[in-house]
Design a protein around this ligand. Structure first.
Ligand code: AMP
Ligand code: MG
Length: 554
């Protein structure tokens, strides 16, 4: 066996993650001005609220929510970013009206309450260990809205002050992390990744103290509030806390609530196997979510069970990162020393989290149901790998199913890793690469990411294998057809760390134009756009951004 065969096998393992581990223009015609808009919290009232009030930190029992009001930001409060798409398509609120409405500003700042607000009680496994009660320590659930499109959205403020779950925290979110959350949730939605949405960013001159690099340098940072949406904010940890505290009746009440309101179309809510069915569904959709993360080179950064949604959507954006150069060991979070949540570990962590979910619902399962779930968990890797290979086959523009595809993808990633080729642009530029150029391993000058890749000594043999595979399945495929197909799945723009950082630096000086530009561009990530080209969003990341670190201290 040659040295490269051995290396490639290691790469295949890495690719398949076999390692074990403990404002576009609105098309919605019936939007309302904010003053005549309303929502409610009727459904959520079906779940118990703590019968104790008072905003101080405590251990909470036998309930799902605590009643608590937001603490609005005080000084220099301004609405700085507003997602037209989220506002209009999810909430049916008129963008132009909301943008200039003092009432909307008060609402998005937690000053104007249209319903009772609550903080949610949940727990979680953080970095592999049970962390006990966590809960919404800086978030307030405002209620739920049923949209004209028939969707249910729970509105939540993040950064809106202390709650009974704040532990040692101040209940605030700093400007930099709020900008990142706003931009990334909306960007992920437009990439087609299941995610919570961000409606607005309200900023202020109120400051809090943070140690962003964990090196003892404490600085004052400005604070902000993001109004965010999800079909439900329940997490794996929402069930874990009930199970760990022996509140088994409440556990089944919450599960039945989730099933009735979110999974009625796919789970028979009266069936004795309903919890089993729910688990199978969550497992399937969690796998789909992680495959999409891998497909776009997204590392969440803090995949604790309290940050894993029961709706299988990406939530709680913190020290996340999108890949620049391909590196399976990419760790976006400065404080993740062991790399527990490195890019390539996300599937293993998802499996770990699903196991914790299984333990949480176990008190409601009989022995047959438990053994079915154990078998299902054993099949996780196979299901994940099949879906991952299929996603990357698409990224290469290949049709059909060839036994050599795993090797073809894994060896491309290997070449990318060794040449430090850019993940997003390598795949994107495959669409601009003509078939006759692939056959001869020639790279036109403007395809800079492929040019980086071509420095590898095995590049031309990879090209031959790729060319053979394309023509083998589609002998009459044209360059135009290939390009359309590849451009539809490989984005030209993602939220690169340097882009977020430059938007933050400008925003910290009061200029939100870069944040706005990025938000607009990332609504059409698959389409080439002049402002994005001018700003260099599809270029090699600038040198100054190479050593950027993202902090959990948000
Ligand atoms: P995260 O890792 O940001 O998802 O947060 C983990 C837990 O810490 C959750 O219970 C949060 O509500 C809580 N938390 C994080 N930051 C703060 C803060 N500044 N104030 C209060 N609670 C916080
Ligand atoms: Mg969280």
């Amino acid at each position: 066996m040659s040295r490269y065969t051995i290396k490639l096998q290691a790469l295949i393992s890495l690719f398949l993650c076999l390692e074990p581990i403990g404002g576009e223009k609105s098309s919605y015609l019936h939007n309302k001005p904010f003053s005549s808009w309303s929502f409610n919290s009727h459904l959520l009232h079906q779940l118990p609220v703590e019968d104790y009030e008072g905003n101080f930190v405590r251990q909470v029992h036998n309930c799902v929510f605590s009643h608590v009001r937001p603490t609005p930001l005080q000084k220099g409060v301004q609405l700085k970013l507003l997602s037209r798409n989220a506002l209009e398509s999810c909430l049916d609120i008129d963008f132009t009206d909301a943008r200039s409405s003092k009432k909307f500003l008060d609402f998005a700042n937690g000053r104007l309450l249209l319903n009772e607000s609550h903080a949610h009680r949940y727990g979680g496994h953080q970095f592999g260990e049970w962390a006990g009660q966590l809960g919404d320590g800086r978030a307030h659930l405002l209620g739920e809205y049923f949209s004209q499109q028939g969707e249910r959205w729970e509105l939540q403020l993040k950064g809106s002050g202390r709650t009974p779950y704040s532990r040692h925290g101040d209940g605030r979110a700093v400007l930099r992390s709020s900008i990142r959350e706003f931009l990334s949730s909306e960007a992920m939605h437009h990439l087609g990744v299941p995610t919570s949405r961000a409606v607005s960013l309200v900023v202020s001159d109120d400051v809090v103290k943070r140690d962003p690099l964990y090196n003892g340098t404490v600085v004052e940072e400005k604070t902000a509030i993001v109004l965010r949406l999800a079909p439900s904010w329940f997490r794996f940890g929402s069930l874990e806390i009930l199970s760990k505290s022996g509140e088994i009746n409440l556990l089944s009440t919450v599960l039945d609530f989730i099933m009735r309101n979110h999974f009625a179309a796919s789970v028979d809510v009266h069936h004795p196997d309903r919890y089993l069915q729910l688990f199978e569904l969550v497992q399937r959709e969690t796998i789909d979510m992680v495959v999409k993360w891998m497909k776009f080179g997204f590392a969440h950064g803090v995949c604790n069970t309290d940050n894993f949604s029961l709706m299988s959507i990406t939530i709680d954006y913190g020290p996340f990162g999108f890949l620049d150069s391909y590196d399976p060991l990419f760790i976006p979070n400065l404080s993740d020393d062991g790399g527990r949540y490195a890019l390539h570990r996300q599937p293993s962590v998802a499996l770990f989290n699903l196991r914790k979910l299984f333990y949480a619902i176990s008190p409601l399962l009989n022995s047959t149901q438990k053994s079915i779930i154990k078998t299902k968990l054993k099949a996780f890797n196979e299901e994940y790998q099949t879906k991952l290979v299929s996603a990357f086959r698409q990224k290469l523009g290949l049709v059909g199913d060839d036994r050599g595809d795993v090797m073809l993808v894994a060896s491309l990633l290997h070449l990318m890793n060794e040449t430090q080729a850019d993940f997003t642009m390598t795949f994107r530029q495959l669409g601009a690469w003509r078939l006759n150029e692939i056959a001869t391993a020639i790279i036109p000058n403007h395809l800079w990411a492929l040019a980086d890749l071509s420095k590898h000594s095995l590049f031309s043999s990879w090209c031959s294998a790729y060319y053979k595979r394309i023509l083998g399945a589609e002998p009459s495929l044209t360059d135009q057809q290939r390009s359309t197909r590849l451009y539809a799945v490989n984005p030209r723009y993602i939220l690169r760390n340097w882009m977020a950082e430059s938007a933050i630096r400008m925003a910290e000086n009061g200029d939100y134009s870069e944040a706005w530009r990025i938000h607009m561009v990332l609504q059409r990530p698959f389409e080439e756009q002049a402002p994005a080209e001018y700003s260099g969003y599809a270029n090699r990341p600038p040198k100054w951004a190479r050593k950027l670190l993202v902090s959990c201290s948000s």
